[in-house]
Design a protein around this ligand. Structure first.
Ligand code: AMP
Length: 183
């Protein structure tokens, strides 16, 4: 367990990991409060705590989907812990073979993500992993790709949920788990 020196805990941080997330104002652009998880990734005990908690949330799955790029960092050890394979959801143009694509809106502009068409078999139960749930558009696009290949989204698990952006509402059809909550 990682705890602040004063022993303080907030209720959105049952695992005591928040002291290892750094708030970076105006990154990558003005008005964004970036949640930097690199200190958490750099702490072996905290990384294990986070990965174990994400893996515990949905034990009965057939594969993990990691969303580029920080979702890969967390998705790979979760897949390893559960003894299942890792499927990549990547930004447009980075996967070499036939893909399915999903477009989604960003606050300014749009984005496209892809998955190999043979990455998920019909009926597979899939856990989607990312670092941060903000508006939910990215995770919803990943869920759409899973379902277009006939998979079932067993759950969506993230390290950080930015509760005020109400991404959970966009994902109302799925169980969503977050380890750290910010208003
Ligand atoms: P969204 O589609 O709005 O839920 O955004 C989620 C994606 O954007 C995740 O893959 C995050 O890595 C990234 N992201 C969004 N907002 C932040 C933030 N404030 N700090 C760090 N990453 C963020």
């Amino acid at each position: 367990m990682v705890t602040e020196a004063d022993g303080g805990q907030d209720k959105g941080d049952a695992l005591g990991l928040k002291p290892l997330v750094r708030d970076v104002p105006d990154f990558p652009q003005a008005g964004i409060l970036f949640r930097d998880i690199t200190p958490l990734l750099g702490n072996g005990q905290a990384l294990r705590t986070a990965v174990d908690a994400l893996a515990r949330a949905y034990p009965n799955i057939d594969s993990v989907v990691g969303i580029e790029s920080r979702g890969f960092i967390l998705g790979a050890p979760v897949a390893y812990a559960l003894g299942v394979g890792l499927v990549l959801v990547r930004k447009l143009g980075r996967l070499p073979r036939a893909t399915v694509r999903a477009d989604y809106a960003l606050e300014y502009g749009a984005n496209t993500v892809e998955m190999h068409t043979d990455a998920i078999l019909p009926g597979e139960r899939v856990l989607i992993i990312d670092d941060v749930l903000a508006t939910g558009g990215t995770a919803a696009a990943a869920a759409e790709l899973v379902e277009r290949l006939g998979g079932e989204v067993a759950g969506i698990a993230v390290l950080i949920e930015l509760v005020g952006l109400r991404g959970r509402e966009k994902l109302a059809d799925y169980p969503v788990t977050s380890l750290l909550k910010y208003e």
